[in-house]
Design a protein around this ligand. Structure first.
Ligand code: 7PJ
Length: 274
């Protein structure tokens, strides 16, 4: 049976996997401080595991448009305790970072995926992950989180994002990284208009066929959901489930979501009807 090698795990290719978003940013814990934030994140992780998440994606920096960057030491302080607390939870652990130093520490701690919104372009990023067996998610982003939503422009968004990902795959494999470790992600909302996002969503299978690498899709609660439903971020659950199913219909093998229980149920019914 074909499988995705994923760090310590082998995942079946016969169903889509659910990646639960685990926020390690203590934004709402300015009073309770670091331990309250850690405690909350672990409780949230345990809930997502009960809800059926295959992978937990730990992120220590909010990469929403316009978000200020987090210093390295602060990101390590947020992310590392969570990795250590969760690495033996039985599910795969991913770390959402573009900083090579964080990648290095995460790899040493034995995580199963490094998820880089910057596509491993930072100096030292490739070296940080090369000599491990963790999966690598290579995402496309136009410019950077501070500037990316300022009038994104493409002649042909699908062709340009595919070409970017092809170039990153070539660079990573030339550095000696096994292609089987790689995942691609068009980066919904990262320097794209609503039209760009839906063009990319619809082109999922074409990108997978062209690049020969499986696809991860993250559109949970994003503005592309809000643009179609007219709903604010706290009312985007149903829209996000629709988006997750659409992504899977268009070839995604991992969906990155906030609402694990609901997405797992939707995908189970989807799978049963397949
Ligand atoms: C993504 C991500 C995504 C991958 C974020 C948010 C913004 N990593 N990290 N793909 N988005 N691979 O969740 O709204 O789309 S942070």
């Amino acid at each position: 049976m074909p499988q995705h090698k994923f760090g310590r795990f082998n995942f079946p290719t016969s169903r889509a996997l659910v990646m639960g978003i685990l926020n390690a940013t203590p934004d709402s814990f300015s009073d309770g401080g670091q331990f309250a934030a850690l405690d909350y994140a672990i409780t949230h992780a345990e809930q997502m595991i009960r809800d059926g998440a295959d992978i937990l994606d730990i992120g220590g920096e909010s990469s929403r448009p316009g978000a200020p960057p987090v210093p390295l030491e602060e990101e390590l302080r947020r992310v590392l305790p969570l990795i250590f607390a969760l690495r033996d939870c039985g599910q795969a652990i991913s770390v959402d970072t573009y900083k090579p130093e964080v990648m290095r520490e995460a790899v040493l701690a034995g995580v199963d995926m490094i998820n880089d919104i910057n596509g491993f372009r930072a100096p030292g990023a490739i070296e940080a992950v090369k000599d491990s067996d963790c999966a690598l998610c290579v995402m496309h982003m136009l410019n950077n989180p501070t500037t990316m939503q300022a009038q994104p422009e493409y002649n042909d968004v699908v062709r340009e994002v595919t070409a970017f990902l092809a170039e990153r795959i070539a660079v990573l494999t030339a550095a000696g990284i096994d292609k089987e470790r790689l995942w691609i992600d068009p980066g919904f909302g990262f320097g794209k208009t609503v039209e760009h996002n839906y063009a990319l969503l619809k082109a999922g299978r074409q990108m997978v066929a062209e690049l020969g690498v499986p696809l991860l899709a993250g559109l949970s609660r994003k503005s592309m959901i809000g643009a179609v439903t007219g709903k604010p971020v706290e009312q985007r659950l149903a829209g996000s489930i629709g988006g997750a199913l659409a992504a899977v219909a268009h070839g995604a093998q991992i969906v990155r979501v906030h609402d694990v229980a609901e997405t797992v149920d939707a995908l189970k019914v989807w799978q049963a009807a397949h």
